[in-house]
Design a protein around this ligand. Structure first.
Ligand SMILES: NC(=O)c1ccc[n+]([C@@H]2O[C@H](COP(=O)([O-])OP(=O)(O)OC[C@H]3O[C@@H](n4cnc5c(N)ncnc54)[C@H](OP(=O)(O)O)[C@@H]3O)[C@@H](O)[C@H]2O)c1
Length: 311
């Protein structure tokens, strides 16, 4: 909120920034009509106003009305982050070992399942026995480490005896450091996020990286990435993910909270780990009737099949 990071800081008086799915009620722009469903930076407000022609604005994307809005919201940012972060930055190959932290969350759960589809051995790290059981029983991970109750470094050593080829990191801090001690030769470390450090206000108290020398010794790479740089291929990623979920190849857990007044508390759930899978909040049902088009549906089905076979 208070720093210019990969998006401009939230200015005084502006609503808190948040992605959302909404229905157009009124429009002065020829591309958007009342009844259309859009995905965009809706913010913490009941009636966002978009100015799609503004140079500094991210224009909302129109969505086919037949897609489930909760699933689309789940897949659109965190699903795409997992898709491009794992496939383009992690570049997993069949037979490799992939370790994922924040593995029972929105991004991590999808990254791990895509790695399984690519023929990798996948180990997830999550907080608590229930989330670990979900990872192995439902999300089909090969093994899980409960970082709240187990020695993470020792368990990575046991579960990844040939070393980690791809580490998809959502949490940073001590877990990142523990993973670095076990990377294989030419490992790729995908720096997706560091949620363990976001609430450490004083920069000098952040954990940092102590074991980075492991990258040198093992000729590894660590690459940060931001999903905004991949949005030109968002349609491809979204259709592919939708198809995998539809075909039962990927499980997308969605944790829905309700009520505008519960938005701040819902955000807090990400930091206590109360969420399983994608955390979303429903403000209201679509106020206007949904218009679905059979042709649009058919075209999207063909494209989804094509992208999911190619990925
Ligand atoms: N690079 C990008 O473009 C991009 C885009 C979207 C998200 N991200 C990043 O991806 C990560 C996951 O985001 P998400 O939206 O998918 O959230 P999420 O994983 O659904 O929820 C966050 C999870 O983080 C875990 N967590 C919280 N505090 C932790 C701690 N101190 N140590 C270890 N784990 C902790 C909790 O799970 P447990 O119960 O397992 O602790 C919680 O469920 C975040 O770091 C986020 O910033 C990056």
């Amino acid at each position: 909120m208070a720093m210019d990071t990969y998006m401009p800081m939230v200015r005084l008086g502006e609503p808190m920034r948040a992605g959302g799915i909404a229905q157009v009620i009124e429009s002065k722009h020829p591309k958007y009509k009342p009844g259309d469903i859009i995905n965009g930076l809706c913010g913490w407000q009941e009636y966002p106003v978009f100015e799609p022609n503004r140079a500094d604005g991210v224009p909302p994307t129109k969505l086919p009305a037949h897609l489930d809005p909760a699933l689309t919201l789940a897949l659109s940012v965190t699903g795409l982050t997992a898709y491009f972060g794992l496939l383009d930055i992690g570049k997993p190959k069949p037979g490799e070992t992939v370790l994922v932290s924040g593995a029972a969350g929105a991004t991590g759960s999808i990254a791990g399942q895509i790695a399984k589809l690519k023929g990798c051995r996948v180990v997830g790290i999550a907080g608590g026995p229930d989330k670990c059981a979900w990872l192995t029983n439902t999300a089909r991970f090969d093994a899980a480490i409960d970082y709240k109750n187990e020695n993470v470094e020792a368990r990575i050593g046991e579960l990844c005896p040939k070393g980690i080829d791809v580490y998809f990191d959502n949490v940073g801090g001590e877990i990142l450091d523990a993973a670095l001690l076990h990377i294989a030769m030419h490992a790729r470390v995908v720096l997706c996020g560091s949620i363990s450090q976001y609430n450490v206000g004083d920069q000098s108290e952040r954990y940092g990286i102590k074991n980075y020398n492991a990258l040198t010794v093992n000729r590894g790479t660590a690459q940060g990435f931001i999903i905004l740089d991949h949005l030109d291929r968002a349609v491809e990623g979204l259709l592919c993910l939708h198809k995998w979920v539809q075909d039962g190849k990927v499980v997308q857990e969605i944790d829905v909270q309700h009520g505008f007044e519960n938005i701040p508390a819902t955000l807090g759930r990400l930091f206590t780990g109360a969420n399983l899978g994608k955390q979303i909040l429903k403000v209201s049902d679509a106020p206007l009737p949904l218009r679905t088009s059979g042709i649009e549906k058919a075209v999207l089905a063909v494209l989804s099949a094509y992208y999911s076979r190619r990925a």
